[in-house]
Design a protein around this ligand. Structure first.
Ligand code: AMP
Ligand code: MG
Length: 354
């Protein structure tokens, strides 16, 4: 199959809407990451998303809408949903709601709830309006790869697998939506994202965090969100998170880098913009300003893809405080690192003795 990449225009949007209505897949930009869309009411079309991504069938999809009137007949609307929709839609918040039988089982992995979001990206909105269908759309990457934040990333993963990619430039947020469960008592954030815990609490009062956001799932632990079971966002190399004071980390990173290179490995560091100069001998990759976690969110997946393009073996990374958008960054970076963490104080000290 030939995969076309088209800038969003009246013509490409009507082509995309026709393809979706015919049961084909279309990749499109949203403010979070690029999505791989199919008509959510067409089970065969939805199954082809799983095939194109290599996604496990037990990992449910998010349904995208452009108007809350589309919820009619798809799900029940719990009392907490309305204030959330008023405050954060359109935007990067996905809300779980009890579903009706009209949604095919393959969309929700047979769970009793469906995840719904109204994106704010103008191209996503125009597409959703043009086709006027609920669109099931996970991130448009092959499973296990970082989510795509540019049309080029989508092409790398989906060339030959889908007919059309709408190009809307780089995604603004750069990380996937916040997923919140409001169906069982106190609301729970299942996946942190661009809408922060504090923002949600300003509307709902107390909001809990799913326990495995900053650590691996335990052996017999049940994932509240099936996606958490999988090793996502995994580059080919091994990422190590290096923690400690700014001074300790700036001393440890060159030691760790030199040790890896001495061991014959390809190595690099991921560091904040302010440290690029101090770490210039360590093949640094820029995570954006340490004072602006949204910059790190915006760049993270692009940086993770670069690591694979460069075939890095050992990657040593600075960390952010897990607060606000920093929580979403540390959830993705932590999972990319399989939560492998070293204290900077003593890390790599053997390197300089040798
Ligand atoms: P993606 O589409 O790749 O952004 O992933 C969607 C995320 O939402 C995954 O982590 C899913 O596990 C989660 N999700 C979707 N539907 C549900 C649901 N009904 N219950 C719990 N988590 C869900
Ligand atoms: Mg995904």
């Amino acid at each position: 199959m030939n995969t076309r990449v088209c800038p969003a225009s009246a013509d490409s949007l009507s082509l995309a809407a026709r393809l979706l209505a015919d049961g084909a897949l279309v990749a499109f930009p949203t403010e979070t990451v690029y999505g791989l869309g199919a008509n959510a009411l067409d089970a065969d079309a939805v199954l082809s998303i799983f095939a194109a991504k290599g996604r496990p069938a037990d990992n449910p999809l998010i349904v995208h809408i452009h108007d809350t009137a589309q919820l009619e007949g798809l799900c029940e609307i719990p009392p907490m949903a309305r204030p959330l929709m008023d405050a954060f839609w359109p935007g990067p918040l996905t809300i779980l709601m009890p579903r009706t039988p009209r949604i095919p089982d393959c969309v929700t992995a047979s769970l009793p709830t469906v995840a719904v979001r109204m994106p704010s990206h103008p191209v996503a909105r125009d597409l959703l309006k043009a086709c006027n269908l609920p669109i099931a759309a996970p991130s448009a990457n092959r499973s296990g790869k970082p989510s795509p934040t540019t049309a080029q990333h989508v092409l790398e993963d989906m060339q030959g697998r889908i007919p059309l990619i709408l190009d809307g430039g780089p995604c603004e947020v750069g990380l996937e939506s916040t997923v919140i469960d409001i169906c069982h008592g106190t609301p729970v954030i299942l996946r942190p994202g661009g809408i922060t815990k504090a923002q949600l609490e300003s509307v709902l009062g107390t909001v809990d965090l799913a326990p495995s956001i900053l650590r691996p799932l335990g052996k017999n632990e049940v994932a509240l969100s099936p996606g958490m079971r999988y090793r996502h966002y995994a580059p080919e190399g091994a990422i190590t998170l290096v923690t400690g004071s700014e001074e300790e980390v700036l001393q440890a990173l060159p030691r760790l880098y030199r040790q890896a290179v001495a061991d014959g490995k390809t190595a690099c560091v991921l560091c904040f913009h302010e440290h690029m100069e101090a770490l210039r001998a360590c093949h640094p990759h820029d995570l954006g300003s340490r004072l602006a976690p949204q910059e790190t969110a915006h760049r993270l997946f692009d940086v993770l893809r670069e690591l694979d393009a460069e075939h890095m073996d050992c990657i040593y990374s600075e960390v952010l405080p897990p607060e606000g958008v920093g929580l979403a960054v540390m959830n993705r970076l932590g999972r990319a690192a399989a939560f492998h963490t070293l204290a900077a104080k003593d890390a790599g000290k053997g390197a300089d003795k040798a």
